[in-house]
Ligand binder design. Sequence first.
Ligand SMILES: NC(=O)c1ccc[n+]([C@@H]2O[C@H](COP(=O)([O-])OP(=O)(O)OC[C@H]3O[C@@H](n4cnc5c(N)ncnc54)[C@H](O)[C@@H]3O)[C@@H](O)[C@H]2O)c1
Length: 366
Amino acid sequence: MKKLRFALIGCGRISKNHIAAAITNSKTMELAVVCDPVISLAEKQADVYFAATGVKPLIYTDYKKAIEEQKIDCCAIATESGYHAEIALYCIRHGKNVLIEKPMALSTGDAEQMIHEAKDQGVTLGVCHQNRFNQPVQELHKALEDGRFGKLVSGTARILWNRGMPYYEQAPWRGTWAQDGGTLMNQCIHNIDLLQWSLGGEPDTIMAMTGNYLRDIQAEDFGAILIRFKNGAIGIVEGTACVYPKNLEETLSVFGGTGTAVIGGLAVNRIETWNFEKPAEQDAGVAALTGTDPKDVYGSGHTTLYANYIDAVNNHTDPLVSGTEAIKAMKIILAAYKSQKTGKAVEFDNLSFSTLDMKDSYVRYQ
Ligand SMILES: NC(=O)c1ccc[n+]([C@@H]2O[C@H](COP(=O)([O-])OP(=O)(O)OC[C@H]3O[C@@H](n4cnc5c(N)ncnc54)[C@H](O)[C@@H]3O)[C@@H](O)[C@H]2O)c1
């Protein structure tokens, strides 16, 4: 199988995880281009990749020029969230497979258009919800698929993190309605994705309260969401960027009639509780997953996510986190913003709006 040629578009803070994934997957892919309008950032990532692989990616400041001049199979997009849809649609329209950072877009319309056009073009759209590949999360999903929980009752996603002003001041897009959203859309979206993946996908009704308590940003620094899924299970989200003085935990819990699982640690990477009515073969392996936290809160999932995505492109199958999967968490958050703004529960079907529509959602509380 020929190696897929990737272009990495956006060489900021998260790009090191993409470079690490590209290095580990260098048997099946080659990083042909790194691109950032800030050339020093692109150069830095090219050097890291070269030191590990002996291959020097070409450096571009304009992704359109890179696509025009180089033979690229896949574009990995890691720019500010507000540019995701525009860049992804350009790449898709030029016949490129797209692997995009979360959130895939900031409006339902943009996300749906990306999914629709990727399908029309016959290219693969994948989204970086890398925590789905955490081993404890994979074990949880297997237990769900095997029916070990019995009737699902509820689940919780708790994201108890600290993002202080130095974090938001790193770049002007952070915490804005036009380019980012608040802690729900930026930090909590991963665990909300895991919650909906665990409890059964399609929400029926969403109620939320969000607020801005401590950070000088436009969007929320705290959000609480209640989700009733169509299968009856209830999901509870507690997401905050305000924990003093540092990150405390990111935890996913699932409760059913015959099973309880809690995955905690700093980034849903450690089994805390694993109780089932009936023992199963997988329990022996699970016992080993009670160990230590990953080195950083982004976990190590990008590497496995890239491997899964490359496989999907080569085999013309859906990656584990396809656009169709990733839009679900994004929609839950947009519905939560709408519930906050209107003070009412939101029916999940037929949502159509963007984070920008939410820009005055706290007026009632200021
Ligand atoms: N998967 C995760 O766990 C995770 C973690 C952090 C960030 N993210 C997401 O990754 C994205 C980037 O976040 P970040 O923290 O790295 O931001 P950042 O501000 O550090 O980096 C963004 C980079 O994109 C570059 N850029 C802007 N326009 C460009 C263009 N047209 N072509 C090429 N490059 C361009 C900027 O110059 C900047 O260097 C965001 O969407 C964020 O939500 C995901």
